[in-house]
Design a protein. Structure first.
Length: 177
């Protein structure tokens, strides 16, 4: 095989993979209830979606993973106009996660500590494939994960970057990292 054919096969595999990635982007979830909700910080509408689900009784408890260490529950309650008692009883702020990998680890640990068997994962649609992969990798028990994606209008370049991150992380997991 010539080098051009090899490069053409690699390019075709990449493009077909990108097409599959685009088809795997998350969609908003239905009305099903779960034990818990996890919101990954970093995108518009994520926290608001989680809070509206909590107010609707969609879960017992919620984790906001990757919260800035300076953010306090009362500030979030005020900003999102939700009762402070909701934060006091039912919402935890996770301050440890700094990226998608550590979001998965923080979430898996929180789910195990609380004994939850089902979770609604709230993130932006373009982020859902990698977020689900990281969470699935970090989970140790049998936990049902329901993706609840926030629709957005990402630029094409962002989708390509996210796909590349997904590929790199998939390869790293495959190699045991």
């Amino acid at each position: 095989m010539t080098i051009i054919r090899v490069l053409a096969i690699i390019a075709l595999a990449y493009l077909l993979g990108f097409a599959a990635f685009m088809l795997s982007l998350g969609k908003p979830a239905g009305p099903e209830k779960t034990d818990a909700i996890v919101v990954l910080t970093g995108g518009a509408g994520r926290v608001a979606r989680g809070l509206s689900l909590m107010e609707a009784g969609a879960a017992k408890r919620m984790l906001i993973s990757g919260a800035d260490s300076t953010v306090r529950p009362n500030e979030l309650a005020h900003e999102y106009r939700v009762p402070r008692r909701l934060f006091a009883c039912c919402i935890d702020l996770g301050y440890e996660a700094v990226d998608t990998r550590s979001n998965g680890e923080e979430t898996a640990e929180w789910l195990a500590e609380n004994g939850y068997k089902s979770v609604r994962l709230v993130t932006t649609e373009w982020h859902m494939p990698r977020a689900r992969m990281e969470l699935a990798h970090a989970l140790t028990g049998d936990v049902e994960v329901i993706g609840d994606a926030i629709p957005s209008d990402p630029p094409f370049g962002m989708l390509v970057r996210e796909y590349n991150k997904y590929l790199v992380r998939r390869a790293a997991l495959w190699m045991g990292y």
